[in-house]
Design a protein around this ligand. Structure first.
Ligand SMILES: O=C(O)CCC(=O)C(=O)O
Ligand SMILES: [Fe+2]
Length: 373
C-alpha cells in the first residue's frame, strides 16, 4: 500500500495523446529496409507495445555477445586478481560464467551491469543499426537521438537483484519525461521464456497517459516498483485481462513506450538471461535524465551524412553521474566505504521521487547522504 502522502514523482498529469495513436507519425508508402507494415506500428500506439519477430540477423547480434563475453572476462580477472574469487572460471562461457562469479562473489552481476560506462562498439552498431533506426523513424519521425538510459541486463538466475518488478519507465526518468515519447527496444541475446525471466507487459496500460505512484526500492534492489493495487486504482487496469507474457526468441525484440507498466519474471533457469534495452527520443525533446547526460543524435532529416558523436556521449558515465548527484562528498567520506572498485550499490535520482518503503544497502546509502545535507 502506498502511504497516500504526496511525493514529487506523482503529478497526476495525463498526456495520453503523446503515447497513443494520436502520436503516430505519418507512415511511408514505400517502406525502407527493416520498416514494419503500418498495422504493426499501429499496435505500438494502440496497445503500447509490439513484438517484432525475427528482426535481427545473427550477424547483427553476435558481436554484442562477443562484447558481453569480454566484459565478463574483464570482471572475472579483476575479481580474481583482487582475491575476491578463487577461480576466474575461464572454462565457463556466455551462459553460465557470470553465474559462477555470482556464486563466489554475490553482486558480481551488479558490477557487470555498472561496468558498462561507455558503450561498447558492438552495441553502438546495434543501437544505430540502419534497419532499426528505420523502424524508430516510424515511431518518432526522421530526427532521432539515443536516450542516455540504456542497460545491459545481467539477469543471473534466482537473484532478486535481477528481477525487475512492475514499473513504468518514467518512474526512473525526471518528470519532464511524462509527456515525452521515449520508445524502448528490448532485445534478448537468447530465447526467452517464462522459465528464464521474459518480459510481461500490461497491454493498453499506457492509455491513461499517466505515471502512477511508485515506491522505492524493491526488496534489496534499487528498482522502483508499482503495486498491482495502484495499477488498478490509479491506472484503471484489469491485471488479469491486460497482462501479457512475452516469451520471445533470439533475433526478435519488443518495442514499448515509457508509460506502459511492465516487469520481468524471475529467472528460474541455470543460465544468465542477457538482454539490452535501448531507447530513442526526438533530439528536440529533453533527455529527461535530471540534466546528467544528453541524448546522442543518430539521425537528422537535414543532414543525411551525420556522424554520431559517441565521444561526447561516452565522456559521461551515467552510473557515476547518478551516484555523484546523490552523494554529498564530505558525507561519503565519513561513511565506511565499500571498496569503490567493488561497490555493488546503485544510487539514482529516482530515489528522491518516490516513497521509500524498503531500506537496503542501496537506499541506506541514499538516506545517509540525504540526512547529511
Ligand atoms: O530486462 C528486464 O529485466 C527489465 C527490462 C525493463 O524494465 C526495461 O527494459 O525497461
Ligand atoms: Fe523498464
Amino acid at each position: 500500500m502506498t502511504d497516500g502522502k504526496s511525493y514529487p514523482g506523482f503529478t497526476g498529469e495525463r498526456f495520453p495523446e503523446k503515447f497513443d495513436i494520436r502520436a503516430m507519425p505519418e507512415q511511408p508508402n514505400d517502406l525502407k529496409p527493416g520498416q514494419l507494415p503500418e498495422d504493426e506500428i499501429r499496435k505500438f500506439f494502440t496497445k503500447g507495445y509490439v513484438v517484432v519477430n525475427d528482426f535481427f540477423k545473427p550477424s547483427e547480434l553476435e558481436p554484442v555477445k562477443d562484447a558481453i563475453n569480454q566484459y565478463v572476462d574483464v570482471l572475472a580477472n579483476k575479481l580474481y586478481e583482487a582475491g575476491k574469487i578463487k577461480d576466474p572460471y575461464s572454462d565457463h562461457g556466455y551462459l553460465d560464467r557470470l553465474c559462477k562469479l555470482e556464486e563466489e562473489f554475490p553482486g558480481a552481476n551488479i558490477l557487470c551491469f555498472k561496468q558498462m560506462g561507455s558503450v561498447p562498439q558492438a552495441l553502438k552498431d546495434l543501437w544505430s543499426n540502419e534497419r532499426l533506426l528505420n523502424v524508430v523513424e516510424q515511431l518518432i519521425g526522421p530526427d532521432i537521438a539515443g536516450n542516455p538510459v540504456w542497460n545491459l541486463r545481467t539477469k543471473t538466475p534466482k537473484n532478486e537483484a535481477t528481477t525487475v518488478p512492475w514499473h513504468q519507465d518514467c518512474s526512473y526518468t525526471d518528470n519532464s519525461s511524462y509527456n515525452v515519447l521515449i520508445p524502448t527496444a528490448w532485445i534478448p541475446f537468447l530465447d526467452t521464456d517464462e522459465n528464464n525471466g521474459c518480459l510481461q507487459i500490461i497491454e493498453n496500460g499506457h492509455q491513461p497517459g499517466l505515471v502512477a505512484r511508485h515506491q522505492c526500492c524493491w526488496g534489496g534492489t534499487w528498482y522502483t516498483m508499482l503495486e498491482e493495487e495502484e495499477m488498478v486504482n490509479t491506472l484503471g487496469i484489469d491485471v488479469k485481462k491486460q497482462l501479457k507474457t512475452l516469451p520471445i526468441k533470439y533475433g526478435s525484440m519488443v518495442l514499448f513506450n515509457n508509460v506502459i507498466p511492465h516487469r520481468s519474471l524471475d529467472n528460474l533457469s541455470d543460465h544468465v538471461r542477457w538482454s539490452v534495452d535501448l531507447r530513442w527520443q526526438r533530439p528536440s525533446d529533453p533527455a529527461c535524465f535530471y540534466g546528467l547526460k544528453d541524448a546522442v543524435v543518430m539521425r537528422s532529416s537535414k543532414d543525411p551524412n551525420l556522424k554520431i558523436d559517441w565521444e561526447s556521449f561516452d565522456s559521461i558515465n551515467r552510473h557515476e553521474a547518478q551516484d555523484k548527484m546523490l552523494k554529498d562528498d564530505s558525507t561519503v567520506q565519513s561513511i565506511p566505504q565499500e571498496d569503490p572498485d567493488f561497490d555493488i550499490r546503485i544510487l539514482g535520482p529516482w530515489m528522491k521521487k518516490w516513497e521509500l518503503v524498503h531500506t537496503n544497502r542501496h537506499t541506506e546509502e541514499f538516506v545517509r547522504s540525504e540526512k547529511a545535507q
